[in-house]
Design a protein around this ligand. Structure first.
Ligand SMILES: Cc1ncc(COP(=O)(O)O)c(C=O)c1O
Length: 410
C-alpha cells in the first residue's frame, strides 16, 4: 500500500471527529471538499470561546467585551491579510466568494462600466463568477465574452491574449471546481494590467489548497470562502487593491460603514469598513483565522503536495475502470484535488447514491458550472474532491465503490 508522505493524516484525524462517523455501516470517506470542508476541533473551539467569553458587537462599545471582540475581529483580518500577502485594510469580510464577487459588481462595475464595455470570462467559471456579470451587463449595456477550454480541460490562453485588449474586466477562476485545472492567473493579470483591464480572481478553489499571494498574482480583486478551508459557513473574503477600494462606492448602507450621517446624505468610513455595513460575523472571522493557523501549522505547500499525490493516485486508479471518463487534465500536475468523471450508462445521481450506501460522499450534478457541462455535452458529472485529511486508502474505497456501481449498471 502506497502512503501519502506530506501530511501525518493519522495524526490529524482526531481533530475531525465527524470523519470517524459510520455512514450506512461504513467508515465515512468524505470526498466532497470542493463543496465544503469539515471543521477541526480547533476552529470549533475558537468560535465557541468567542461566544462563551468575549461576545460583543465590534467597533462600537468601549466596555471590556467590546474591546476584546474588536481586537479578535481585527486580529482575524490581519491573519487573513498575511495569509495572502495583502495589507489588512485591503481585506473585506463578506459572506463568501459569491458575496465578494457581487460586491465588485455593485460597488465597482455599476459605477464604472459603460455601454458596450466587454467583460471577459472563461468557460470554466462557477455560476458565482458568471451571473453577477450577466446582471450588470444587462443593466449597463455591456457585453460578455468567454475564453474557451481545450480538450484537456485547460484554458485556451491564445483566446485570452486575443480578447483581453478590448475588454474592461477580466473575471477568471484560479482553479476550476469541476476540472481541477489551475489557471496561470499571474500571466492573465499581467496581460490585463498591460491593457488597463480590471482583474477579479475567483480563489474559492485555490486559497484552501495552494499558495495564493495577491502581490505575486498582481490582481485587483480576489475572492474566497472560509467554509472551503476548514472555517465556518457564512464568512468569506474580498481582497481589493487599496486605491481601488478607496475610489469605489459602498456596497450596503447601514451602521459602521459611515463617517457622518445627515438627513439628506452621508459620508463614508475608511476602507475596508466602508464595505462592512451592519453587525459583522465576528465568530466566523475568528473561526477563519483559526483555520488559517491550522493550515499554516501543516504548511500550505505540504497540503498542496499531499493533495497532488492523492489526486495522481486517484487519476491512475480510476483510469483503470472501463467505461469511466475523467474530465480535465489527465495528470495531477497543474491540477488541484478535484476529479470529475462519468460512468457510461449510469446517471451521476445514481452513482452518488450507491457510493453513499457504501459510506462514500461525492458530489453529483452540474456543480454550478452549466456552461462547462454544455461544453462537454453532459447534464451532470460525478466529482470527488480531496483535502488534507484524505488518503490513498480513501481513493481505494472510491474505487471499490465504483466497482459496486458497475455491478448494478453492468
Ligand atoms: C470556483 C468557485 N467559485 C465560487 C464558489 C461559490 O462559493 P460560495 O458558495 O462559498 O460563495 C464556489 C463554490 O463551490 C466555487 O467552487
Amino acid at each position: 500500500m502506497l502512503k501519502s508522505y506530506f501530511i501525518d493524516v493519522k495524526g490529524i484525524l482526531h481533530d475531525f471527529p465527524i470523519l470517524s462517523r459510520k455512514i450506512n455501516g461504513h467508515r465515512l470517506v468524505y470526498l466532497d471538499n470542493a463543496a465544503t470542508t469539515q471543521k477541526p476541533l480547533q476552529v470549533i473551539e475558537a468560535v465557541n470561546d468567542f461566544y462563551l467569553k468575549h461576545n460583543a458587537n465590534v467597533h462600537r462599545s468601549v466596555h471590556t467585551l467590546g474591546e476584546e471582540a474588536t481586537e479578535l475581529y481585527e486580529g482575524a483580518r490581519e491573519k487573513v491579510a498575511s495569509f495572502i500577502n495583502a495589507g489588512s485594510e485591503e481585506i473585506v469580510f463578506t459572506r463568501g466568494t459569491t458575496e465578494s464577487i457581487n460586491l465588485v459588481r455593485f460597488a465597482w462595475a455599476e459605477k464604472y462600466l459603460e455601454k458596450d464595455d466587454v467583460i471577459l470570462l472563461t468557460m470554466m467559471e462557477h455560476h458565482s463568477n458568471i451571473v453577477p456579470w450577466q446582471l450588470v451587463a444587462r443593466k449597463k449595456g455591456a457585453k460578455l465574452r468567454y475564453v474557451g477550454v481545450d480538450k484537456e480541460g485547460r484554458l485556451k490562453f491564445d483566446e485570452l491574449e486575443r480578447d483581453i485588449a478590448g475588454s474592461r474586466i477580466l473575471a477568471i477562476t484560479h482553479c476550476s471546481n469541476v476540472l481541477g485545472t489551475v489557471n496561470d492567473v499571474k500571466k492573465a493579470c499581467s496581460l490585463a494590467r498591460k491593457n488597463g483591464v480590471l482583474t477579479v480572481v475567483d480563489a474559492a478553489q485555490s486559497a484552501p489548497h495552494i499558495r495564493v499571494d495577491v502581490r505575486e498574482i498582481g490582481c485587483d480583486f480576489l475572492a474566497f470562502s472560509g467554509h472551503k478551508m476548514l472555517a465556518p459557513n457564512g464568512i468569506g473574503v474580498l481582497y481589493g487593491r487599496k486605491e481601488i477600494l478607496q475610489e469605489m462606492d459602498p456596497f450596503h448602507g447601514g451602521g459602521d460603514m459611515i463617517k457622518e450621517v445627515f438627513l439628506d446624505h452621508a459620508t463614508w468610513n475608511d476602507v475596508p469598513y466602508k464595505f462592512e455595513a451592519g453587525t459583522v460575523n465576528t465568530g466566523g472571522a475568528i473561526g477563519l483565522a483559526e483555520a488559517i493557523r491550522y493550515i499554516e501549522k501543516i504548511g500550505i505547500e505540504n497540503i498542496e503536495k499531499h493533495e497532488r499525490a492523492v489526486t495522481q493516485y486517484c487519476l491512475e486508479t480510476l483510469s483503470k475502470i472501463e467505461g469511466l471518463l475523467i474530465y480535465g487534465p489527465q495528470e495531477a500536475k497543474g491540477r488541484v484535488g478535484v476529479v470529475s468523471f462519468n460512468i457510461k450508462g449510469a446517471h451521476p445521481h445514481d452513482v452518488a447514491t450507491i457510493l453513499d450506501r457504501n459510506g462514500i460522499a461525492i458530489r453529483s450534478g452540474h456543480h454550478c458550472a452549466q456552461p462547462l457541462m454544455n461544453h462537454y455535452s453532459v447534464p451532470a458529472m460525478c466529482r470527488a474532491s480531496f483535502y488534507l485529511y484524505n488518503t490513498l486508502e480513501d481513493v481505494d474505497r472510491l474505487y471499490q465503490g465504483i466497482k459496486k456501481v458497475k455491478e448494478v449498471f453492468g
